[in-house]
Design a protein around this ligand. Structure first.
Ligand SMILES: Nc1ncnc2c1ncn2[C@@H]1O[C@H](COP(=O)(O)OP(=O)(O)OP(=O)(O)O)[C@@H](O)[C@H]1O
Ligand SMILES: [Mg+2]
Length: 251
């Protein structure tokens, strides 16, 4: 197995012919003040490669969601820089960042964050509506993506009429609908049965394996580890190890 051992801030260059989608350098993030202060990320340097599904694993509280939120531009880093496809999101003003995020990034939150007054299809269509699509075209595209996730019969349901796993699939459809260059997902299979989990991971791999895309998935779910091309193990605000996964399904 080729293994990229990670030591402190030194980072191996990408293998020949592989481009970097996300370049994180020296990122720290602190929460709280005084005795309550928590260093959620402590000088993280880390790369995500184009055309790959990168997984992040590690114990609860080690900083996985914080790292995802920083690379998706949802949370500001206190130190360090984050480049997404060559664009430094830590230097963008709010307006540019909001637009960049809307166009290029899809995010599946650990809590699904669906809008309670919208149907499944309307929820999933939100990124397209923000991008200026007409409502009817956006709903049509969103319904198509929901269908591919086994949610065809639920496109008109409200979130409170759905199970946790169904809400999760709506959240995944919303993240995929605008075909983002970077898809980041926090525990996307946690509420799913084995078969739905595999469907979702196959869709994520499909999204990742395009030449100009990348997918990052945080998971505790050892049933889906093998869907990752690279596996990052975090521990206590650090990236402890990055290794290639020789078991990843073929492209
Ligand atoms: N908004 C916040 N305010 C204060 N502390 C926070 C906040 N968000 C995260 N933390 C702290 O930062 C650390 C990292 O949290 P994070 O949510 O990134 O962990 P995680 O690896 O995603 O955990 P889990 O697997 O349980 O989701 C934890 O110690 C957590 O308590
Ligand atoms: Mg988390």
């Amino acid at each position: 197995m080729s293994s990229l051992e990670f030591n402190g801030n030194e980072i191996a260059p990408p293998p020949d012919g592989i481009q970097t989608a996300v370049r994180v350098r020296g990122v720290s993030k602190y929460f709280g003040k005084g005795e309550q202060r928590v260093a959620a990320l402590q000088g993280v340097s880390w790369d995500v490669y184009v055309g790959q599904l990168t997984m992040i694993i590690g114990p609860s509280g080690c900083g996985k969601t914080t790292l995802l939120s920083v690379i998706a531009g949802i949370l500001d880093a206190d130190e360090g820089s984050v480049e997404i496809f060559g664009n430094d999101v830590t230097k963008m003003n709010d307006r540019t960042l909001t637009r960049f995020r809307a166009e290029r990034i899809g995010f599946v939150f650990q809590q699904y964050n669906l809008l309670p007054a919208l149907t499944s299809a309307e929820n999933a269509a939100v990124p397209l509506v923000i991008a200026g699509w007409s409502k009817s075209r956006a709903i049509e595209k969103a319904s198509h993506v929901l269908n591919s996730l086994g949610m065809g019969k639920k496109i008109k349901s409200m979130p409170n009429q759905l199970s946790g796993g169904q809400q999760q699939r709506v959240a995944i459809a919303r993240a995929l609908v605008h075909e983002p260059s970077l898809l980041v997902c926090d525990e996307p299979t946690a509420a799913l049965d084995v078969e739905s989990g595999r469907t979702v991971m196959n869709l994520m791999r499909e999204a990742a394996l395009r030449a100009d895309r990348a997918v990052v998935v945080v998971t505790h779910d050892n049933r889906v580890f093998d869907f990752g091309d690279r596996i990052t193990r975090m521990d206590d605000g650090h990236v402890a190890e990055v290794r290639d996964n020789v078991h990843a399904p073929a492209a």
